[in-house]
Design a protein around this ligand. Structure first.
Ligand SMILES: C[S@@+](CC[C@H](N)C(=O)[O-])C[C@H]1O[C@@H](n2cnc3c(N)ncnc32)[C@H](O)[C@@H]1O
Length: 366
């Protein structure tokens, strides 16, 4: 029996709607090109060089950033046509207006150029993903060359600036207990470990431990911690797929995960492990993508299409590559509540923080 649905007759097509979509698509093509140029400007240091509104020529920029002038000139042309740079054709100079410079460099509260790097990164594995559409399976972390670097830059904006003033205070007793000392803190899927490093510096009387699957990222975190001379912090390579069985029982006062549940191979095992390793008066703080568990409710999500793209081309796929569940970036609040309950958490609260439209912040207790 065929499952093909009958085609609607062509005379029901609304031509205005078609034309509007065509306009939107052309706009998206141009904006996609602009994002790629921004990513290049971020990686080459051009945006940083221009962040304070300096007026520059292609030669002066190429010289000060140690880049090839022909590439710089073409990039300047594209950024001008995209309406980001101001250009004086008489003097052949270019300028990044301060209003844009504060959004595309570290001068302002958050650097949007950081997130522009995700689409080019995903483009590097498109062939692998097409193959997965045909044959199933996933794409391992090792195929995403710069993933951990970009991820650390991204969480450097969503987590680090808000860690002490907004995220930890979601569990009001935590900062006082960390200051008093003797707390054991575990960060799972810690990546390059920046959150733990900040906490270990700030609370020298407490002990910190980070686990991650990736050897490279753990080595990076160890080096960074050693440079700072921290002796209350350790990082270990560890696959958390069987954490439900292998987690140290009642070992930690605080467990944190930053964007690290949904791309695990076995998120429920992972959460059961968190529950097992928390002390009776312990707290689990989890940052996870803000979404509903139903895509029809996320049509107005401010980052919905981007986050689904990241899911198809990264988060779901890296989990499937570990023979995992492939939960997906947009698993959402309803499913999260179900998983937290099944993992045995008794108290579950969810918050959004004003600096971060991308994430929810969960506070969980035994
Ligand atoms: C989205 S990244 C978040 C990294 C970090 N928390 C941050 O905010 O920058 C998810 C992390 O989970 C780690 N991960 C994925 N699967 C894992 C597994 N099976 N065991 C341990 N860590 C895993 C990845 O290596 C990655 O660093």
């Amino acid at each position: 029996m065929s499952t093909t649905l009958p085609l609607p007759s062509l005379d029901t097509v609304d031509e205005d709607r078609t034309a509007a979509f065509e306009d939107r698509f052309v706009h998206a093509l141009n904006e996609g090109g602009m994002l790629q140029l921004v990513s290049l400007g971020h990686r080459t240091g051009l945006l940083k060089r221009m962040e304070d509104g300096v007026t520059a020529t292609s030669e002066s920029l190429a010289g000060s950033c140690d880049l090839n002038e022909r590439y710089v000139r073409e990039w300047l042309g594209g950024m001008t046509v995209a309406g980001i740079l101001e250009h004086d054709p008489d003097t052949m100079t270019y300028r990044l207006p301060l209003e844009y410079g504060s959004l595309l460099s570290d001068r302002g509260d958050s650097n949007l150029a950081v997130i522009s790097q995700f689409l080019p990164l995903l483009g590097t594995v498109e062939d692998d993903i097409v193959d997965c559409f045909r044959h199933g399976g996933g794409v391992p972390y090792s195929r995403y060359g710069r993933f951990h670097e970009i991820m650390a830059e991204d969480s450097g904006q969503t987590v680090l600036p808000a860690l002490f003033d907004a995220i930890l205070p979601l569990a009001p007793e935590i900062i006082g207990r960390l200051e008093a000392g003797g707390m054991r803190v575990l960060d799972l899927g810690c990546g390059r470990g920046q959150a733990l490093i900040r906490m270990a510096e700030r609370f020298p009387e407490s002990q910190f431990l980070g686990y991650d699957l990736s050897e490279d990222t753990i080595n990076w975190a160890r080096e960074c911690s050693a440079e700072r001379g921290l002796n209350n912090l350790r990082f270990e390579v560890r696959d958390l797929t069987d954490f439900d069985r292998t987690a140290e029982e009642a070992g930690f006062d605080l467990v944190t995960t930053f964007d690290a549940i949904h791309d695990q191979a076995q998120p429920l095992n992972f959460l059961k492990g968190v529950r097992r390793t928390l002390k009776a008066d312990g707290v689990y703080l989890a940052q996870e993508i803000h979404a509903s568990s139903h895509h029809h409710h996320d049509c107005g999500h401010p980052l919905g299409p981007l986050l689904y793209t990241i899911s198809v081309m990264h988060c779901m796929s890296v989990s499937l590559a570990q023979n995992g569940e492939g939960l997906g970036t947009m698993w959402g609040r309803e499913r999260a509540r179900d998983y937290f309950a099944r993992a045995g958490f008794g108290s579950v609260e969810v918050n959004q923080l004003p600096h971060d439209i991308q994430n929810d912040y969960w506070v969980l207790r035994p």
